[in-house]
Design a protein around this ligand. Structure first.
Ligand code: PLP
Length: 382
């Protein structure tokens, strides 16, 4: 079946004949006997035992994502960061080495440079757009993880999924949040684990904070074993909203990607704009790679204003339809100035390395009519 059909049919195990997902709010289940309690307590991912082990509503969401990623299994977490932190601590120990793209979400970057370094996990940052950089930085026998993000935040730079999937030895992990499971399939390229902040395009309505990973069952089971101790489990309420989001993801992302390309082409012609970053534009330096590995080019674009921070402030403060907020993938078009918000915690040197310039503005395209968004930008840029 096509992905949009799979998104409608997937993750219905815990709903019986109810068409909407059933909400299992319980944190605990009763066992029929002592032996039954033992069976539940020792089973892998038993979803009727205790909420930190698993939950049927969360399990339905996980099964839907596994189906969309063509994965054996999936596991949801309390947030995208909950997923990333759990994966790293489940698979890496003191003395291990991680190769990570320097173009990572600022929270992930802070995590690998802070807690990981503090606990003795060494991290090498490489330019994720350089096709051989990951491979060259791997130290055989010591590197246990290669961590990448594509498209990256906030400049929409790409990593070559085929190259990542070809790396043998370390676990390869790709944060695919900006693509959603409908935009690309890292696992099909041989990557071991795909990670999503489902808070964004998957849940898609700005009403759930939730993360999810997908991959081979053995690997997910091992991460679950650690995850039960880490405790960053997804809430059934968020899983319910996220599964609702899965149902409409195909029509939402199709509309958003189309509008994103339209806006990208429009701003590229505007005299106040020096550069536009969108993988679907022919001017994107990795447009060919985008065409090879992405089915959709994403719902986010970024552009640079010649006038720097002052121009960004003038634009963002004048916009009426687009709102000033940092998230992405929801129904409202959001604009943000990465330098002073999402990437404010980085040092000026790190900001420069990540390409977070004074005039950079990120736009998460929503579900409004494109004509209203263009009119809004026309007035505000003027
Ligand atoms: C938002 C985001 C995260 C973190 O997810 P949360 O759900 O906010 O914890 C990780 N990676 C990317 C690419 C993101 O956009």
């Amino acid at each position: 079946m096509k992905p949009s059909t799979a998104a409608i049919r997937a993750g219905r195990r815990a709903s019986a004949s109810s068409l909407a997902p059933a909400l299992w709010a319980s944190s605990v289940w009763e066992s029929g006997s002592m032996d039954d309690a033992h069976r539940r307590a020792t089973a892998l991912r038993a979803d009727e035992f205790y909420g930190r082990y698993a939950n049927p509503t969360v399990r339905s969401f996980e099964e839907a994502v596994a189906e969309l990623e063509d994965a054996e299994d999936a596991m949801a977490f309390a947030s995208g960061m909950g997923a990333i932190a759990s994966v790293v601590f489940a698979l890496c120990s003191a003395g291990d080495h991680i190769v990570a793209a320097r173009q990572l979400y600022a929270g992930t970057l802070a995590f690998v440079q802070g807690p990981c370094a503090r606990l003795g996990i060494e991290v090498t940052l490489v330019d994720g757009t350089d096709p051989s950089a990951f491979t060259a930085a791997v130290r055989p026998g010591q590197t246990t993880m290669v961590l990448a993000e594509t498209p990256s935040n906030p400049r929409l730079e790409l990593c070559d999924l085929h190259e990542l999937g070809s790396i043998m030895g370390p676990f390869t992990v790709v944060d695919s949040t900006f693509a959603t499971p409908l935009g690309q399939q890292p696992l099909a390229h041989g990557v071991d684990l795909v990670v999503h902040s489902a808070t964004k395009g998957i849940a898609g309505h700005n009403d759930a904070t939730i993360g999810v990973i997908a991959g081979e069952k053995d690997l997910i089971d091992a991460i679950w074993g650690y995850g039960v101790l880490h405790g960053a489990m997804a809430s059934p309420f968020d899983a319910l909203n996220a599964l609702r989001g899965v149902r409409t993801m195909a029509v939402r992302t199709a509309h958003q990607c189309e509008t994103a390309l339209h806006l990208a082409e429009w701003v590229e012609q505007h005299p106040a704009v020096t550069t536009v970053h969108y993988p679907g534009l022919a001017s994107h330096p990795q447009h060919d790679l985008a065409k090879r590995q992405m089915r959709q080019h994403g719902t986010v674009l970024a552009f640079e204003l010649a006038g720097g921070t002052e121009s960004a402030r003038a634009l963002i403060d004048r916009l009426q339809v687009a709102r000033c907020a940092t998230s992405l993938g929801g129904p409202e078009t959001l604009v943000c100035h990465p330098k002073t918000t999402t990437h404010a915690s980085l040092t000026p040197a790190e900001q420069e390395l990540t390409g977070v310039t004074d005039g950079l503005v990120r736009v998460s395209v929503g579900l409004e009519d494109p004509a209203d968004l263009i009119a809004d930008l026309t007035t505000a840029l003027g």
